[in-house]
Every structure is written in structure tokens, then in C-alpha cells.
Design a protein around this ligand. Structure first.
Ligand code: ADP
Length: 700
């Protein structure tokens, strides 16, 4: 029978045609995303005098190293050109209005490009509507977040709330997810954390990165108070303390909410083995109404390669609740004066709740800006400096962030796999110089006060509107993935479908996907256009709008410098030495214990001899033996351990005394006639009482 003539075959063919038709229709619908843009290479002396192409300090990202001579691939709605002196081309479609507004710079490969973005606007609708980009509703999973507000806002924005097991577009989690989750993410999915962001979100890692950058760029990286990581930097900190009369603030290396923080003028009080972050105390902070405060600046990162950072124009200022006085030995313990944490100050009865902008222990950044303007401070310059601190802090971890991202998401070509809201804690001194204190990867979204609601709700809404999840067509990507899997299965053995990727980054278990670089750049262009047209109350600080700044920051990406950043420092060597020493001690101890155990079992004769010796003599011999060993060092006992041991000893003595255990044992031995001469001389009063016929087991 000829199969091709069968009814069944014809039906299958018909269905196929139908499905192809539908796919084409779907694709055509997606072309309604009218984003038209050009990435034009900035020529030397074109807009500025800077020699872009000849700059020795370049950020080279092999992932984006694409031959520019390749023929431009036609892509619906998005035009990407990187040729010589290319300017943004206007939309081909004459019916649409064009709006050239977005001009900025972006660093790709070893070149800095000027980005001109033209949005094509259908009719009066000036925004690219999320619903027009994808037929299906985007899904968000918020089950790993304790903040109900995120789910509520997502709903109002048209997101569907789904469980983690479903095919979500966005996963919003309060904690860092495991590598497994990153590994299994689909190309249309986004998560609200970047792998490796811990590099700036843990105090010790942040200090390490900033200290390294400070060594390489001492003039540019004066953005944080002098910091030492104890015990490795103990010597350096002590040397500094000897030559500078300063107050120091000590923090646990991975603490939060002001826990375990204290101030001291005397570093000698710190044990040489305690794990702490030691920092010079900013003793003249900017005061408002006599109170110290710090700023919580919300920052959104939407991509690490290329780096894209947005800062929210509204945020919080958290105030201390006791009036500030410079540290003296008498006031260093007053945490309500020196710490500005909400979690600390809310316990103070002076904590002020206020609906007015210019009062209260928590205020909006706009209120601080108004205060600064009233007091003739240059608000614009101040925020430029804050932006600088934020950019430099992120850049200090950039090589790790970039590496981790490419390792975790080798195939994420449509949209970025991650975005992240970071809470930067900034302290301002009396000269209006901002210092970075800490970066929070999961800033609190609790809305206890009116001011919280006014800041955090719009922040979440603007973030969800800005992220590019809606640009990925879930169905189309799944279809493409299924097709690829099928093709891979059908390919003959040994033949590979995979295009070797230029980035060379190790992927963690994911099959590499054949992606056209032009497609990738088109998607990136779409994302950039989307973000720049959906900023809400965010401002973009990276890439900077200004070419001079873009050039300035490009030096911190430099590969040659990164080598020196990761080169061994004196502190890292010390840390390694310390770890090696401790490891050796543990191994030695173990070996000795084993030796003793084996020795005991082997020589029965010696054992009998040892048993025959009195206990005190045996103990004395043992200690002498240890001391004779050249390399013997007393085991490390921490102060806390020692204090605990003392407490237990006291409790034991107390119990022995109150239960009259010594007296009972003594009386029993006396009655049995087993008292030795030593017992009589050591406890003469007990012996006397027994001789006189008293019952020493009872109180005498
Ligand atoms: P935590 O993570 O426990 O909140 P921080 O580093 O943010 O620790 O410090 C808590 C508070 O201590 C800050 O909000 C700030 O008020 C104060 N503080 C921290 N470091 C310094 C410093 N170097 N100089 C002055 N005040 C500081």
C-alpha cells in the first residue's frame, strides 16, 4: 500500500501545514514590538576627543566578539548595525511615528559604542506594551518570598502567579537559589539574583574586593572606610592603630541588622584569633537635626555583560535615635547614637513615627534632597558621587559576576537570565562624601510604615515593568528547544550541532545551544531599548550617558588590571598561612591520638606497668613527655570557650558544696576505715568533727 496516498498521511500533512501557519502568524504578531535601533561604533573624535578604538584599557568580552563584516541578518522589528559611522536608521514602516530620544554608550567587545535607539510607536501608544510582546500572560513565582506585596503588585501588572514547579517567566526569591536551579532554567526564564553577587553582599568579601581594587587604583577607590579582616590583617590593623588615634568599629564578618557590632579605641582588647571586620569609624557624619543617618539606595542590575545598572530615585534614610556626639570612651556603648539600623533603633522609646516628610526616624530620599537644597548643598553632585560609589562597588566583583553568569547560562540568548535589586547602605560624612558600608542582596520589603509603602511599592512596580522577561516568547522558545533536541537526536553519531562558543566559559551541565550571534545582539538591542523606555523612576547609571564617564569606567574592566587584582596579596597569603597552620595542628593532634591508642593496645606489659603507677605520677609523666616534644604547642582555646569552662567549673563546685558530696564521701571512707594519711592532713577539720562524733553529712 502506498502510504502517501493514505487518508491518515494526508491528515497529518494537513495538520502540519496548519501548525506551520500558526507559527508564522505568531511570529508576525511578535513583529508588533516596534523597537528599532542601531549600535553605532563611536569613532575617535566624532562626538568627543577620546580615542576609543586605540584605548589600551578595554573590556574584552569574547562572548560578544563578533565579526562586524558578517551580513546583517534581517530581524523583525529590530535593526542592529555596527558598521562605520552608522547612525540610527529610522523605521522602515512609514505609518509609524518615530521617536529618537535615547542616546547612550555601551561597551561590547573591545569597543565602546554609541547607542541610538528609535522607538516606533504605533498610533498614540508611546510605550511598548507588555501584552503586545507575547500572547500568553507572563507567569511569576513568588512562593519563595515572604513579602506578599510582590505577588499583589505582579497581579496588578498582569502577571499570573504560579508555583515553582510550573513554567514561570520570573522567579522572585528572597534567598540565593542553588546552582541546580540556575542550571535548569529555560531560555525565557528570569530570576531575581545573579550567581556570584555574594562577592559584594557579604561584608568580608566586599572588603576583600574593595581592598584589592584600592591597591590597584588608590585614587579612585577611596569609597569605603579603611577596613581590615581579622585575624589575617590583625598586624596591619594594630600598626595603623599605633600611628593613628582613631575609633574603630568591629563587625561580625557575615552579620546583619547591627548584630554583634561595637566600637573601641583600643584594638588590643580584641583576641588575635577572632574573626571580625575592623573598620575605621567615620566619626564626623553628616547630621540632620543632630542625628546620624545612613541612606538605603535601591539599585537594579539587569545585566552583567554588558553591565547595566539602574538606581531608584527614591529610597530611605534611616536615622539614629539618640543625638550624635563624637565617640568618647563614655558613649561608645550607646548603639542608639552610633548605629542607624532600623532593627536596633526601633527598640528605642525615642523612635519617631511621622507621616510628614521632614520628621521621623525613617525618611524618604526626596526629603533628604530637599533638606540638602535648603542648606545649599549641591544635590546633583552628591548623587553623582553616590552613583560613582555604586558603580565602583559592582565593578569590583565584575570579573566573577561575568564568569559565573556565562558558566550558569551559556544558552540564554533571548533575554538576560537574571536581574537583581540590591540595597546599598551609604554613610555620608560632613563633607558630603559618601562611603559604602554594605550591600544587601535581599533588601527588606516590609512595609511597616507609610514611608516604606511610599518607597517600596513603586520600586517593585517599576522593577517588574523594567525587566525584560516579557520580551521572551515562552511558546516559541519551547518550540525551538524541542526542535533542537529532535535535531540533535536525529544527527548521526559524532556530528555535533553545537556551535563552539567563543566565550570559552565552562557551562555547568547544560547542553550548549546553537545561537546566531546576530540574533543574540538583536535580542540585546531589544532589551536595551525596552529598558531605556521603561525606566519609571529609575535612572540608568551604567552605561553612563556621558562619553567621558564611559571612558573613565572602562579602565576598571581592564583585563591586565584584573590579573593584578587577583594576584596574591600579603593579606591573602597570611590567611592561607593561618589556614595551613591550623590544618597541620589538627592533623598532628589526630596522629598523636592514634599513636597513643595504638601504643596502649600493643604493649600490654607497659600498660600493666603504667596502671601500677599512681595517677598523679602518670599525669606528671604525660605532661613532661609532651613538653619534651619539640613541636608541642598548646591547643587553641578561644576566650568564649574559656569563659564557658569557668562557668561550668563554678557550677560544679557549687553543686559539690551544696550537696555536701565531699563530706559524705569522707564520712563513708572514715566509717569503712579507709582514710589515708593524706586525707587526714588535707581535711583536718572534717577529721576532727568525725573524731568528736559529729555527723558531717548534715550541716554542722
Ligand atoms: P549591619 O549589616 O549589621 O547593619 P553595617 O555595616 O551596615 O552592619 O553597620 C551598621 C551601622 O553601623 C550602620 O548603619 C552605620 O550607622 C554604622 N556604621 C557601620 N560602619 C560604620 C563606620 N565605618 N563608621 C561609622 N558608622 C558606621
Amino acid at each position: 500500500m502506498n502510504l502517501k496516498n493514505s487518508k491518515f498521511y494526508k491528515r497529518i500533512q494537513e495538520l502540519r501545514r496548519f501548525s506551520k501557519e500558526k507559527i508564522r502568524k505568531d511570529r508576525d504578531q511578535r513583529t508588533s514590538v516596534r523597537l528599532d535601533m542601531a549600535l553605532s561604533e563611536q569613532r575617535p573624535g566624532h562626538d568627543s576627543d577620546l580615542e576609543w578604538s586605540s584605548s589600551p584599557r578595554r573590556h574584552i568580552s569574547p562572548r560578544r566578539r563578533i565579526k562586524k563584516t558578517k551580513t546583517k541578518k534581517k530581524s523583525a522589528g529590530t535593526r542592529l548595525t555596527a558598521g562605520k559611522d552608522t547612525v540610527c536608521s529610522s523605521p522602515a514602516d512609514g505609518e509609524l511615528q518615530a521617536d529618537d530620544g535615547i542616546q547612550s554608550y555601551i561597551q561590547l567587545n573591545d569597543k565602546c559604542y554609541r547607542l541610538s535607539c528609535t522607538r516606533q510607536l504605533a498610533g498614540k501608544d508611546s510605550r511598548v506594551d507588555a501584552s503586545s510582546t507575547s500572547e500568553a500572560k507572563s507567569a511569576i513565582c513568588v512562593s519563595n518570598s515572604r513579602y506578599a506585596m510582590i505577588g499583589k503588585i505582579s497581579k496588578t501588572l498582569g502577571y499570573k502567579l504560579v508555583k515553582e514547579t510550573k513554567l514561570w517567566n520570573i522567579l522572585w526569591s528572597d534567598s540565593f537559589p542553588g546552582v541546580e536551579l540556575f542550571k535548569n532554567m529555560k531560555r525565557f526564564q528570569q530570576i531575581n539574583h545573579f550567581p556570584g553577587m555574594i562577592e559584594i553582599c557579604r561584608k568580608d568579601l566586599l572588603s576583600r574586593n574593595l581592598n584589592r581594587m584600592f591597591k590597584v587604583y588608590p585614587h579612585d577607590y577611596k569609597i569605603f572606610p579603611k577596613t581590615w579582616m581579622l585575624p589575617a590583617d590583625y598586624g596591619d590593623a594594630m600598626n595603623y592603630a599605633l600611628t593613628h588615634k582613631r575609633t574603630f568599629i568591629l563587625k561580625p564578618d557575615s552579620g546583619a541588622q547591627g548584630r554583634g557590632i561595637w566600637l573601641t579605641n583600643d584594638l588590643k582588647t580584641i583576641g588575635a584569633n577572632e574573626r571580625l571586620i575592623c573598620q575605621t569609624y567615620v566619626h564626623r557624619p553628616l547630621l540632620i537635626d543632630g542625628y546620624k543617618f545612613d541612606l538605603r539606595v535601591y539599585t537594579l542590575i539587569t545585566s552583567v555583560d554588558p553591565l547595566r545598572i539602574f538606581v531608584y530615585n527614591e529610597g530611605l534614610a534611616r536615622f539614629a535615635t539618640n543625638k550624635y556626639v563624637e565617640p568618647t570612651p563614655g558613649n561608645t556603648t550607646d548603639l542608639y547614637m552610633h548605629l542607624t539600623n532600623y532593627s536596633v533603633n526601633k527598640r528605642n522609646s525615642h523612635y519617631e513615627l511621622c507621616d510628614n516628610d521632614d520628621c521621623g526616624s525613617k525618611r524618604k530620599l526626596s526629603a533628604i534632597n530637599n533638606w540638602m537644597s535648603r542648606h545649599n548643598y549641591d544635590v546633583k553632585e552628591f548623587w553623582t558621587n553616590v552613583d560613582d560609589v555604586i558603580i565602583k562597588t559592582v565593578l569590583s566583583a565584575w570579573p566573577v559576576l561575568k564568569h559565573n553568569y556565562h558558566a550558569c547560562f551559556p544558552g540564554h540568548d533571548k533575554i538576560q537570565a537574571c536581574f537583581e535589586i540590591l540595597g546599598f547602605d551609604i554613610l555620608v560624612d560632613w563633607k558630603l562624601k559618601p562611603y559604602i558600608l554594605e550591600v544587601n542582596h535581599s533588601p527588606s520589603f516590609h512595609t511597616n510604615e507609610q514611608v516604606d509603602r511610599e518607597v517600596k511599592r513603586p520600586l517593585i512596580r517599576d522593577t517588574l515593568s523594567l525587566v525584560s522577561a516579557v520580551l521572551a516568547d515562552k511558546r516559541q522558545i519551547m518550540r525551538e528547544d524541542r526542535k533542537r533536541v529532535k535535531q540533535r537526536l536525529l544527527k548521526t553519531k559524532g556530528e555535533s550541532l553545537q556551535r563552539p562558543r567563543a566565550n570559552g566559559g565552562s557551562s555547568i551541565g547544560k547542553p550548549k545551544i546553537d545561537v546566531q550571534p546576530e540574533d543574540e545582539l538583536d535580542s540585546l538591542a531589544q532589551q536595551i531599548a525596552w529598558e531605556d523606555s521603561h525606566m519609571g523612576n529609575f535612572r540608568r547609571i551604567m552605561p553612563p550617558v556621558d562619553a567621558t564617564k564611559a571612558e573613565y569606567y572602562s579602565q576598571f574592566y581592564g583585563q591586565t588590571n584584573q590579573v593584578s587584582i587577583f594576584a596574591e596579596t600579603a593579606a591573602s597569603k597570611k590567611r592561607e598561612d593561618l589556614a595551613r597552620k591550623m590544618r597541620l595542628q589538627i592533623e598532628e593532634k589526630k596522629a598523636k591520638q592514634e599513636l597513643m591508642l595504638n601504643g596502649r593496645n600493643k604493649t600490654d606489659k607497659r600498660k600493666r606497668q603504667v596502671v601500677l603507677l599512681p595517677r598523679a605520677v602518670r599525669e606528671k609523666n604525660r605532661v613532661q613527655l609532651y613538653r619534651l616534644q619539640e613541636h608541642w604547642v598548646p591547643g587553641f582555646i578561644s576566650d568564649a570557650e574559656e569563659r564557658l569552662r569557668h562557668t561550668w567549673l563554678q557550677m560544679r563546685s557549687e553543686a559539690i558544696r551544696s550537696l555536701r558530696i565531699t563530706e559524705s564521701v569522707y564520712a563513708t571512707l572514715y566509717e569503712a576505715g579507709n582514710l589515708s594519711n593524706t586525707d587526714m592532713t588535707v581535711y583536718p577539720h572534717l577529721y576532727q568533727h568525725l573524731q568528736n562524733g559529729f555527723d558531717i553529712k548534715q550541716h554542722i
